[in-house]
Unconditional design. Structure first.
Length: 227
């Protein structure tokens, strides 16, 4: 399954010129209905713009294939047309200036982690089998569902950054819901970048709940002229 970034890039290639975020949104509704939220699209348009200095700080992992024009439209970035990519963060660009940008950044990163795990779920635990994502229940929407090697239901929740105490209550609620629905105990895996001591203590009191920290890895390749 293609990622949202891959779909947006393919749209930009086919557009062969300027386009708006709304045009991309309508394309997604037609060709990929109910697959991505509007906020995820907004985040990707922000993150993938080559001439957006903040994107290099908040989304260093995102491919920069878009060029944002002064009128708010976008087009496929071309060094021959738009010039060499020399946009770099300046002092102060490490701060997100609005709540909307903060929310978009969080949604985008969480979605990227989710996309990664859908195809590589055994990185969490050997024997895990992916069974669903963004599952609607009577008590909320669950990020990922899986089964372990023994056939036990596993509820997986993702949190960008530090997991708060409320995340423990949330996943425990989902575990309890499936335990009642299935007639047998469900497991839970809460994934976040870090867990404060209070959250760890709370998690240790929930039978079948595991806390896992993710790490973002970077790779570096030489790109300058040989000396």
């Amino acid at each position: 399954m293609s990622t949202l970034a891959e779909v947006v890039k393919a749209f930009a290639v086919e557009a062969k010129g300027k386009f708006t975020t709304e045009q991309v949104r309508q394309y997604l509704k037609t060709h990929h209905p109910n697959q991505w939220k509007d906020s995820s699209l907004q985040a990707h348009m922000y993150a993938c713009a080559a001439n957006n200095p903040k994107a290099y700080v908040h989304h260093p992992y995102a491919e920069k294939f878009l060029y944002r024009n002064a009128d708010g439209t976008f087009e496929l970035y071309s060094e021959a047309i738009h010039g060499q990519n020399e946009w770099a963060p300046s002092p102060g660009d490490d701060e997100i200036t609005t709540t909307v940008e903060l929310e978009e950044t969080t949604v985008s990163l969480e979605r990227d982690i989710e996309d990664h795990l859908v195809h590589r779920i055994t990185q969490i635990e050997n024997g895990l089998k992916f069974t669903g994502r963004q599952i609607k229940t009577d008590i909320g929407r669950i990020d990922l569902l899986a089964e372990d090697a023994k056939g036990t239901r596993v509820v997986i929740e993702l949190k960008v950054g530090e997991a708060k105490d409320s995340a423990i209550g949330q996943i425990a609620r989902y575990m309890g819901w499936y335990t009642k629905a299935d007639g047998k105990s469900a497991r839970g895996i809460l994934i976040a970048q870090s867990f404060p001591d209070g959250t760890k203590y709370a998690g240790s009191a929930i039978p079948g709940l595991q806390l896992i920290a993710y790490k973002v890895h970077f790779s570096f390749e030489p790109s300058g002229l040989a000396q």
